[in-house]
Write a protein that binds this ligand. Structure first.
Ligand SMILES: NC(=O)c1ccc[n+]([C@@H]2O[C@H](COP(=O)([O-])OP(=O)(O)OC[C@H]3O[C@@H](n4cnc5c(N)ncnc54)[C@H](OP(=O)(O)O)[C@@H]3O)[C@@H](O)[C@H]2O)c1
Length: 267
């Protein structure tokens, strides 16, 4: 199985690194293509996979093609790819808000898998949701899932609506967590902690809470009740959040990302 990754940016390189480190692909079976001459040069110096600056040298022989460019670059890219592709190739899009139908139309391809990755894939803790066009077989989908899993976990969804929905939860979600972290860091510094100590306090609090959550079947509400006692400090904080409607505001934010993903797909 020969894999080509188009776009050596954050996501393209993350997936390339994940795939090449796994036992699923040999080094020679993974190629990367990008148009930025400086990026190509530096990748050729440091990376362990083949880097290309011409599509005709890498696209025709690929079985699976990961598309990891920004959506606004896709028109130009697809126009160049179109004359070089064949019907057995499968195109796996990492692009937010770009529908399978739009890829099929512009590329003239039948087999398309649409994914929604997220940034923790960089540390092997990503979550990728994915769905496919009709012509992709179960066997092909299994091979693709195994490749996606090299950056963390993946979940199969039945419709593209859930790709847009997962954009609102996991795709954009790391930024919500950083937002929360940022607020806690600001509070810690305001209380007088040094930058270093603030970071230790906040990052361990997040890491520890996630670990507790993952080790048990208890709901977040149960964990909140375990930390908070009546009339105590945590209750004061949780009451303050409830009074300010923080829960609904977070849900609203997730829906804003979901709706924006739908909107981008309609354009
Ligand atoms: N970053 C995230 O957290 C995240 C999360 C979910 C989904 N995604 C999706 O992942 C995709 C990639 O995002 P990213 O953050 O990795 O973007 P990025 O860092 O900008 O990487 C894209 C790369 O593709 C290159 N490129 C542009 N046009 C090209 C072309 N015609 N042929 C080949 N390469 C081309 C870019 O070069 P230049 O720099 O010269 O333009 C850049 O090196 C996006 O569609 C995004 O929606 C990203």
């Amino acid at each position: 199985m020969k894999v080509l990754v188009i776009g050596a940016g954050n996501m393209g390189l993350t997936y390339a690194e994940g795939m090449v480190k796994s036992t699923l692909l040999g080094e020679k079976n993974l190629k990367i293509y990008d148009t930025d001459p400086e990026k190509i040069l530096s990748l050729k110096e440091v990376s362990h996979f083949d880097v290309y600056d011409k599509l005709e040298d890498c696209l025709p022989e690929a079985d699976l093609v990961f598309i990891a460019v920004k959506p606004y670059h896709s028109d130009e890219l697809f126009a160049e790819m179109k004359p070089m592709i064949n019907e057995s190739q499968i195109f796996i899009s990492l692009m937010a808000g770009v529908t399978i139908e739009s890829i099929q139309e512009r590329l003239g391809a039948a087999k398309v898998v649409r994914t929604m990755p997220n940034l923790p894939a960089q540390v092997g803790k990503g979550v990728t949701s994915y769905t496919e066009s009709e012509k992709v077989s179960r066997v092909e989908l299994l091979a693709i899932r195994n490749l996606l899993d090299t950056t963390g976990e993946s979940i199969h969804v039945d419709t593209e609506k859930f790709i847009d929905a997962s954009t609102g939860i996991s795709g954009s979600g790391p930024a919500y967590v950083f937002y929360f972290m940022n607020s806690m860091l600001e509070a810690a510094k305001k209380m007088g902690f040094s930058d270093h100590d603030s970071k230790v306090l906040v990052s361990n609090t997040f890491e520890g809470a996630v670990e507790l959550f993952n080790r048990n079947d208890l709901s977040p509400q149960t964990w909140m009740n375990r930390v908070a006692s009546k009339g105590g400090t945590t209750r004061a904080a949780l009451d303050s959040m409830d009074d300010n409607n923080v829960k609904d505001l977070i849900k609203e934010a997730a829906y804003a990302a979901f709706n924006r993903a739908v909107e981008l797909g309609e354009k």
